[in-house]
Design a binder for this molecule. Structure first.
Ligand code: NAD
Length: 312
């Protein structure tokens, strides 16, 4: 459903939206455009002002935002922020303890599956439906309302959340029980980190042997090395227009977020003794690359092989 198509506010639950950063703000705006009544909270005044002008009620705290809400959505940086909001607000009891039974809680932050399961366990003791629902699709997908949601939790909660997620996303998957959304998201992003580093490595090998990056990319795209990065996100400058590599590696998906996700993948692997040698190598590469280039798009891993790409 396109965000602007449905603006009948009758029978729609009130939503508290907490965490209005690069992703959360446009997601919340799309819900308002679709006719949902939103109360919002963030630590940043600028973020609150943006949503106030879009039509949201600005709350004084997470608990205040959730006062009349049947649904709570969070889009926070990391597991510690999610725990701070739901379980322990500055040493006092967290938001979960103040929510009425039957509230639906959707956390779309990317966090460790174990952190998501901890909140889910506390929520179910209180009769609250908790879903982990991380997203793929970046800020462009958040603005366009075309995100992919990867949801973990019970089927009833998923059914209640689906119409709301449909406003913000195009593909909504139920991956399994609590934590499954985070596990699936981290498997995907580990593979993406491996594919991006491998693609950069292969292009560099060809270029150093005198090949044109565009010609080589076209050959691999029509051969068995074909993958998503070659299709739509080539790491070499000027092979694909309007991707970060053709724009000084600005915008897109920051290296430090890829680094965070790869390290979450390593934690998730260690917890179940799964071997991830390729994932471990990609984590090592992104940990090193983050030191200088954490704020650049993750395709800038190309610069590890060829520093000149940063000046083109
Ligand atoms: P961001 O840093 O831009 O936004 C996070 C917001 O949370 C900030 O506005 C911050 O002030 C707010 N916040 C932090 N602690 C808070 C608290 N206790 N109460 C209220 N507000 C609080 O991050 P983002 O880019 O929007 O990413 C959010 C999540 O989505 C992350 O987990 C990230 O990994 C994931 N994600 C991001 C992208 C992307 O392209 N940016 C893509 C997919 C997934």
């Amino acid at each position: 459903m396109s965000p602007s198509k449905n603006n009948d506010s009758q029978n729609k639950p009130n939503i508290a939206f907490i965490g209005l950063g690069n992703m959360g703000a446009p997601m919340a705006e799309n819900l308002i455009k679709a006719g949902y009544k939103l109360s919002v909270y963030d630590l940043s005044d600028a973020a609150l002002k943006r949503l106030q002008s879009a039509g949201a009620r600005v709350a004084a705290s997470s608990k205040d935002a959730a006062r009349e809400a049947q649904v709570v959505i969070t889009m926070l940086p990391a597991g510690k922020h999610v725990h701070a909001v739901y379980l322990d607000c500055d040493g006092s009891e967290g938001l979960l303890s103040s929510l009425p039974k039957g509230t639906l809680v959707i956390d779309s932050s990317t966090i460790a599956a174990s952190d998501a399961r901890k909140v889910a366990t506390e929520a179910s003791k209180l009769g609250i439906d908790f879903l982990d629902a991380p997203v793929s699709g970046g800020t462009g997908g958040a603005i366009a309302g075309s995100l992919t949601f990867i949801v973990g939790g019970e089927a009833d909660g998923f059914a209640k959340a689906k119409p709301i997620l449909d406003v913000m996303g195009k593909n909504i998957f139920h991956a399994g029980d609590h934590g499954a959304g985070q596990v699936a998201k981290i498997c995907n992003n580990m593979l993406l980190g491996i594919l991006m580093s491998g693609t950069a490595e292969a292009i560099n090998l060809g270029v150093k042997n005198g090949l044109d990056a565009k010609v080589l990319s076209e050959i691999m795209l029509q051969s068995s090395g074909r993958n998503w990065t070659l299709e739509v996100y080539n790491p070499y400058p000027q092979v694909i227009e309007s991707v970060p590599s053709s724009n000084g590696y600005k915008g897109g998906f920051m290296t430090e977020l890829m680094q965070k996700d790869l390290n979450l993948a390593m934690q998730t692997a260690q917890a179940v003794d799964a071997e991830t040698p390729m994932g471990a190598k990609a984590t090592e590469l992104y940990n090193e690359h983050s030191i200088e280039h954490g704020d650049k798009d993750f395709s800038s891993i190309m610069a590890r092989h060829d520093k000149s790409v940063l000046s083109s």
